[in-house]
Design a protein around this ligand. Structure first.
Ligand code: ZN
Length: 127
């Protein structure tokens, strides 16, 4: 049985025969044997769903979409300061990265929509 705490956070290499701080033989990342942060795990999942929702509702409800994006981003940032006691599982980290990408996409979409709105006024009635 493999303890998830003894797998490399970056590449998933099994490091059960190593000690905390030992570098991963595959990618040289030091082994982090702290427990996964259970709150961050749940919160990043919620934020990811909220962020997807923000993109979906954007054409119909611009203000709501902006609020959802702010919420998703705020949650992700707040957890960064609580990094000491727990480690951030690879799931949490990849979700966080995904939320970041979605935020960029959200911004690009907003800009595209503003340009379209300028060219064809009244296409989206969300202000
Ligand atoms: Zn590794």
């Amino acid at each position: 049985m493999t303890n998830p705490q003894y797998t490399c956070l970056e590449c998933g290499y099994d490091m059960h025969d190593r000690q905390g701080g030992d570098p991963c033989p595959e990618c040289n990342t030091p082994l982090d044997i702290r427990k996964d942060d259970p709150v961050a795990n749940r919160k990043t999942l919620i934020s990811l769903i909220v962020m997807i929702l923000a993109i979906v509702v954007m054409p119909f409800a611009g203000t709501l979409s902006a609020l959802l994006t702010l919420y998703a981003h705020h949650t992700v940032r707040k957890r960064h300061s609580l990094i000491s006691e727990y480690r951030q599982s690879s799931k949490t980290r990849s979700r966080r990265r995904l939320i970041q990408y979605l935020t960029y996409i959200w911004f690009i979409l907003i800009i595209i929509m503003l340009i379209v709105e300028q060219s064809w006024p009244g296409v989206f009635n969300w202000w």
